[in-house]
Design a protein around this ligand. Structure first.
Ligand SMILES: *[C@@H]1O[C@H](CO)[C@@H](O)[C@H](O)[C@H]1NC(C)=O
Ligand SMILES: *[C@@H]1O[C@H](CO)[C@@H](O)[C@H](O)[C@H]1NC(C)=O
Ligand SMILES: *[C@@H]1O[C@H](CO)[C@@H](O)[C@H](O)[C@H]1NC(C)=O
Length: 462
């Protein structure tokens, strides 16, 4: 449908200005490094952007949740993947008229700006926020049609709060798990898993891992487990699909980084930490610079951008990265950007996303589908959720995790630097894949099957 130029202009400019304002204002929120095994990070945007977004699916797959009472239990409230994802679900449920109650199991004792602003945002959308412990929470748990525990650690809440009522409540519990690390396999967190109505996990790899580990390590059996791949928010898609917004953001960010229009930017966007593999990425990047020089390859100037710096949180590792850059004399090619929840401007300004998470990889890795929405090819490790998102050879290339991946990644960087057509074709394929399976309505649809199943089981039990 054609839009009048004026309407487009009016819609577009507030969006661009707002994105730039968020980028450079003091209210930039910082992601916490602690929660990064399953980096489903996302960013919080103002109400106004949401209202600008006209996309509405015909029939909301979650409509059957209208007037149901759902209790959401978050292990903490911070700007990290897990809690933000649960908040997104809270808002999706509010949109269809679900009564949503939120409790946060672990809150800082001191007043906390992030906790305050997130709670205000929830209250603004009609989510009720109750203290995690106490009568209100217990009453809600008993009355609720469904309880969603978010992350393995939230399991601590059950015994501590429900005490004698635990067994009455378990048949209506859905456990949403986003972690894939050894220290979550503790009986004290997850001993009730076998008795809950279901588990919802972000990728097949992670689901397999949980199945294996609970059995082998803890001797317990997983409940019915549903794999639910995440989707991009409508807000992100709005920016990704707005050519003018993308161009303005691209020019702006590249200028701020000192990157020329014709240069090529390879970026890694994750909290800086060893598990995310920024060190190995920089090694690959250096190797590709060397190959370009030795073979006198005709390619544009290439840059590496590391978005997700936090000198205070990962001082030793960050120092190591920066020393490497100085030692190899590649300061002109490598740029560090502090952590931000507002990744759209960076996605708009780069040419290739590198997803270099190590060991078991990402549980899902939401940045990967966000990059694909911006038509970027992805060079990712052949591990974890990345393998379920990136189609090797079509939407990007996979390389092995660990040191053996350094040279293959360097080669892939060069291949993409030398071949504009492949780069654009892969970006386009990635975008098509997002439109096919990684949108918000796809995620809602997948979640709706799980919630229906849980409601049915809870009912049978009651
Ligand atoms: C949304 O826009 C209105 C005016 O158009 C403004 O008054 C309000 O403060 C904005 N809200 C946010 C959250 O930016
Ligand atoms: C779990 O994984 C280990 C090693 O990765 C494997 O040897 C074992 O057979 C797996 N167990 C199950 C039950 O899948
Ligand atoms: C990035 O963070 C560091 C501290 O962690 C701070 O000193 C620096 O000013 C920040 N840079 C920008 C551009 O905000």
């Amino acid at each position: 449908m054609a839009k009048s130029p004026t309407a487009v202009g009016l819609r577009r400019w507030p969006l661009i200005i707002l994105l730039l304002a968020i980028l450079f204002s003091a209210i930039i929120f910082f992601m916490k490094a602690a929660y990064d095994s399953c980096d489903a990070h996302h960013y919080v945007q103002s109400e106004n952007i949401s209202r600008l977004n006209p996309i509405k699916f015909q029939e909301n797959p979650l409509a059957f949740m209208n007037s149901k009472l759902v209790l959401l239990v978050s292990h903490e409230l911070s700007l990290s993947g897990g809690p933000l994802l649960l908040m997104e679900l809270a808002f999706l449920l509010r949109e269809v008229g679900t009564e949503v109650v939120w409790v946060t199991n672990q809150k800082p004792v001191e007043p906390d700006e992030v906790v305050y602003s997130l709670e205000q945002k929830m209250l603004g959308k009609g989510v009720k926020v109750f203290p995690a412990k106490g009568k209100e929470a217990v009453d809600t748990a008993l009355k609720a049609d469904m309880i969603i525990l978010n992350t393995a650690v939230a399991g601590k809440w059950i015994d501590a709060v429900l005490k004698g009522d635990v067994s009455r409540v378990l048949p209506k519990v859905l456990w949403w798990i986003h972690e894939m690390r050894g220290h979550y396999f503790k009986l004290e967190y997850v001993k009730h898993l076998p008795l809950v109505a279901g588990a919802m996990i972000d990728s097949h790899t992670t689901a397999e891992y949980w199945k294996n580990r609970t059995q082998e390590r803890l001797g317990i059996k997983m409940p019915d487990t549903h794999v639910v791949h995440l989707g991009n928010s409508n807000d992100l898609m709005e920016v990704a699909e707005d050519i003018v917004a993308r161009r303005v953001l691209r020019e702006h960010i590249r200028e701020s980084l000192g990157v020329l229009k014709e240069d090529l930017v390879f970026a890694i966007i994750n909290s800086v930490s060893r598990g995310k593999g920024q060190d190995l990425f920089l090694r690959s990047f250096y190797e590709s610079l060397q190959i370009i020089q030795e073979k006198k390859l005709q390619v544009p100037t290439i840059h590496a951008v590391v978005v997700g710096s936090d000198m205070n949180a990962q001082t030793k590792f960050e120092t190591e990265l920066r020393n490497f850059v100085v030692e190899k004399k590649i300061q002109d090619h490598v740029h560090f950007v502090n952590k931000t929840l507002n990744v759209s401007p960076y996605l708009a300004s780069i040419d290739v996303l590198v997803q270099n998470s190590q060991a078991r990889g990402e549980c899902f890795g939401r940045i990967t589908i966000e990059a694909m929405a911006f038509q970027l090819p992805v060079l990712g490790t052949a591990a974890g959720g990345t393998m379920e998102i990136v189609v090797n050879g079509a939407t990007g290339w996979l390389h092995p995790a660990g040191k053996e991946g350094v040279t293959p990644l360097a080669e892939n960087i060069i291949k993409l630097a030398m071949d504009v057509d492949t780069r654009l074709r892969m970006g386009k394929k990635g975008y098509e894949r997002v439109k096919e399976i990684f949108l918000e309505q796809h995620m809602s649809n997948r979640i709706s099957f799980v919630l229906k199943d849980v409601l049915r089981k809870a009912k049978n039990h009651a």
